[in-house]
Design a protein around this ligand. Structure first.
Ligand code: AMP
Ligand code: ZN
Ligand code: FE
Ligand code: FE
Length: 285
């Protein structure tokens, strides 16, 4: 049984439509995938429909942009009720932050002499509900300014580069509570990748577990084998679920093919147990 709990579609910055994503999962021999677009549930319906057709189980989820102790942290949220108003309100704020950042980034690029417009981004982000730096990168590729998303990030879009602009992110502890209130469960995505490594100490995980965190994404390509061993120990000590996933973005992220990391069946079963418990207690806290 092959389980991949973190993938992106073109509703955020992946390159496959939700339907194509599910088709690729079937072709790759996966039994279960979670669709976890950045800050939006816009791909859920199409992915769930396709799941029935090809016999793959789809777990509806999101990867929510959060902040903790001043650093960006990505939170995977599985099966929260999309209609839970406080969660929706917060997602609207995050998406508005994305929209507001876009013209600021384009302005920075124009100041560098690059003739890029909002239309160039719209052309490459056609069905995205959450626009992000990868779409700006794709527009720069289409304009012939760079040859890849990676080059666009390295030269312009990563923190410290000239077109980097910060944006609103949800408070992590608050968001973990909102996910639980909405009947879902939350798992920290790639905790020791990029920005979040600095703030996610053993003590921080204990704090987050107290706030209702359910799991840690241990097996992710951003983690070395030493990182994975240490994170596995932390999860075990705190009775957190250990997940593994590809963080697939279609052709938008090299080296992250579907199923390159997977979640053990016993851990998936434990996640589902905690989901059942969460949906029983949702909204009662
Ligand atoms: P944003 O959500 O707009 O802040 O952009 C973050 C997204 O950019 C994440 O989903 C990353 O997967 C992606 N990303 C970050 N660095 C790179 C890179 N060097 N090449 C391609 N994608 C990247
Ligand atoms: Zn992404
Ligand atoms: Fe992420
Ligand atoms: Fe991701």
């Amino acid at each position: 049984m092959l389980i991949d709990l973190h993938t992106h579609s073109s509703r955020s910055d992946g390159t496959d439509s939700p339907r194509a994503l599910v088709g690729c999962a079937a072709a790759a021999g996966l039994d279960v995938i979670a669709i976890t677009d950045h800050d939006t549930a816009a791909g859920w319906d199409e992915a769930l429909e396709a799941a029935d057709e090809v016999g793959v189980r789809v777990v509806p989820g999101l990867e929510i942009s959060c902040r903790y102790r001043g650093a960006g942290v990505h939170l995977l949220a599985y099966e929260p009720a999309p209609s839970h108003q406080p969660l929706l309100d917060e997602l609207v704020k995050v998406l508005a932050g994305r929209s507001m950042r876009l013209p600021a980034m384009l302005q920075r690029l124009r100041e560098l002499g690059i003739g890029i417009t909002g239309d160039d981004v719209t052309a490459v982000a056609a069905d995205a509900a959450a626009t992000g730096r990868p779409h700006v990168a794709d527009a720069l590729v289409a304009l012939g300014v760079v040859i890849s998303r990676d080059e666009a990030f390295d030269r312009y879009l990563s923190p410290g580069r000239p077109a980097y602009v910060d944006r609103y992110a949800a408070d992590l502890v608050t968001m973990i509570g909102l996910i639980a209130d909405a009947g879902g469960v939350s798992v920290i995505a790639h905790p020791w990748g990029r920005a979040s490594r600095r703030v996610l100490s053993t003590e921080a995980f204990a704090d987050l577990a107290d706030a209702g965190l359910v799991g840690i994404e241990v097996d992710h390509n951003d983690h070395s084998s030493a990182d994975r061993a240490a994170l596995r120990d932390i999860a075990q000590d705190l009775d957190l679920v250990r997940t593994g996933s590809s963080d697939y973005h279609g052709s938008g992220k090299v080296g992250h093919p579907l199923g390159c990391n997977t979640t053990d069946v016993d851990q998936y079963d434990s996640l589902r147990d905690r989901l059942r418990a969460a949906s029983r207690t949702a909204g009662t806290a």
